[in-house]
Design a protein around this ligand. Structure first.
Ligand SMILES: [Zn+2]
Length: 183
């Protein structure tokens, strides 16, 4: 199971718990954080957002998964709770989580070729195999399909009524070019 499916199951379990038909899902710190900050309506919207992301990404056939939309990420404590806990929840490999915990909080490599990453994920190396297997990183000559998927996602989420987001939000993907190609 990859990270978006896990997050979707988690949100559905949280919904069941709210309705009194299920246990508090693991990891508990994230479940408790979310319950303090979401109404049942918020939770339904979060579920619809992740379902949309999963569906459009699977239809696209692209390797790297999109980042969780900030509406969902904020409500699950992704920017707030313990980095190790969140990293594990989002299926980040240990090598990359350790690199982040060492103080590398943003991408700081010179990739051999253009690289697409899940937005916000920091790989331990320019081409970490484990990150690639976890659908967090891909080197590619043509990142344009990722930008196209981003536009599709934005349109679909607007139709769901997801509030448009603050300027700090940079999209679902990061694209990094080799230094020699930068002007
Ligand atoms: Zn790594």
């Amino acid at each position: 199971m990859h990270a978006l499916e896990r997050v979707l199951n988690f949100l559905q379990d949280l919904q069941s718990h709210l309705e009194g038909t299920g246990d508090l899902p693991e990891p508990h710190p994230i479940a408790r954080f979310a319950l303090q900050r979401t109404t049942p309506h918020d939770l339904q919207l979060c579920t619809a957002i992740v379902e949309t992301e999963l569906e459009l990404w699977e239809n696209s056939g692209l390797h790297v998964r999109p980042a969780l939309h900030p509406y969902v990420a904020e409500r699950l404590g992704v920017y707030t709770l313990d980095d190790e806990l969140i990293g594990r929840f989002l299926d980040y490999p240990d090598c990359c989580v350790d690199y982040f915990l060492d103080g590398h909080t943003r991408y700081d490599h010179d990739p051999p070729t253009t690289t697409v990453l899940t937005e916000g994920f920091v790989p331990c190396r320019a081409t970490c195999d484990r990150a690639h297997r976890a659908h967090l990183l891909e080197t590619t000559d043509d990142p344009a399909p990722y930008r196209e998927l981003e536009r599709e996602l934005e349109r679909a989420l607007q139709r769901l009524g997801v509030p448009s987001y603050h300027s700090a939000y940079e999209g679902f993907y990061e694209i990094h070019a080799p230094e020699r190609d930068r002007t």
